[in-house]
Design a protein around this ligand. Structure first.
Ligand SMILES: [Zn+2]
Length: 335
């Protein structure tokens, strides 16, 4: 079995009525009615993704709303809670309409002034509907990074809910209003790097929440290249080392890196139990072809398959680790 642990239903999020709802919210209109998207439209929005999954031998994907659309720096706490619920409802319906294909990962109505109790309640509500994990924006200020580190006590209600419900938090960046930080090229990777380092710096977090799990996407950001630097600074500053937070089972990464060399560096830097297959299938840069492989850059299966891992190790990366890290996904998987 191959599980893609990192997929977004971007086409669904870009439905004109969905985008129109958010645009109306942001002009202060607060529409009373949610967009009326038919099951046929939901299915149609996923045709391309499902056919790519078939051609890439991906059996199941953990799918979440479009990351850019979280836009946690915009709107109000109330608007963002409604916006996240709208997106989660669509994700849930898409998963239910494609049994055995997808498991739902949620959006959270974060906002710089959102009480984290409200976000925690949203985790509880959607986990009870079958959601297996939640994307959590470690910035929340649109690329300005003006909030205190996300690991602080202000977010403890979120961490309490995630640990109690056994759902990992995926540290995923969102829209950037900072023109120096285009969202997919920089802001997401800054979020990965910042998320990982803040977890090293947070002395009390894993003492207070020993079973809390974070997934850092995109190969852990700079992790494959810079783990040596972070080992050094951890000793220098008495932070937790990268090996400690990985080895204790609190932090995991996915395989969303787009060439053979970096995939091998990822496998060399990170214990294999901490690497989950991810491909952002049809998500980040749909249709863009890597001339070296003649295939899409985001067909990350190629780079894993080309690697020197044994077939038993590939099986861990392809599915076993995802099943362990996302225990609530089992109900969505065909036996
Ligand atoms: Zn993503």
């Amino acid at each position: 079995m191959i599980i893609d642990s990192h997929q977004h239903f971007v086409r669904l999020a870009r439905h004109p009525e969905v985008e129109g709802f958010r645009a109306a919210q942001l002009t202060g209109k607060n529409p009373d009615a949610l967009p009326d998207i038919s099951d046929a439209e939901v299915r149609k929005s996923l045709e391309q993704v499902v056919s790519l999954m078939v051609s890439r031998n991906i059996d199941v994907a953990f799918a979440s709303p479009r990351a850019k659309a979280m836009a946690t720096h915009e709107g109000t706490p109330e608007q963002n809670a409604i916006w996240a619920d709208l997106n989660n409802g669509l994700i849930l319906r898409a998963c239910q309409l494609n049994p055995g294909r997808f498991a739902p990962v949620g959006m959270l109505g974060q906002h710089p002034t959102s009480p984290s109790e409200q976000v925690a309640k949203q985790i509880e509500r959607w986990a009870s509907q079958g959601f297996v994990a939640f994307n959590f924006d470690p910035d929340g200020t649109g690329g300005r990074w003006q909030n205190p580190p996300f690991t602080g006590k202000h977010n403890y209600p979120v961490f309490e809910a995630a640990q109690a419900l056994d759902v990992p938090l995926v540290l995923h960046g969102s829209e950037s209003i900072n023109k120096n930080f285009p969202h997919t090229a920089v802001q997401y990777l800054v979020a990965d790097i910042t998320g990982f380092v803040q977890l090293m710096m947070a002395k009390d977090l894993f003492r207070d929440f020993p079973r809390l799990r974070f997934l850092i996407p995109h190969g852990g950001g700079a992790l494959p290249c810079q783990i040596g630097r972070w080992r050094a600074i951890a000793k220098y500053n008495s932070w937790a080392s990268p090996d400690e937070i990985l080895g204790n089972g609190n932090v995991f990464v996915d395989t969303c890196v787009y060439n053979d060399l970096n995939m091998q560096m990822l496998f060399d830097a990170v214990p294999l139990d901490n690497v989950l297959f991810g491909s952002e299938c049809d998500g980040a840069f749909p249709g863009v072809v890597n001339e070296q492989t003649g295939d899409h850059y985001d067909n990350t299966w190629r780079y894993v398959d080309d690697s020197k891992l044994s077939s038993a190790d590939k099986d861990r990366v392809y599915a076993a680790n995802a099943r362990r890290v996302y225990p609530r996904a089992s109900r969505w998987l065909k036996s």
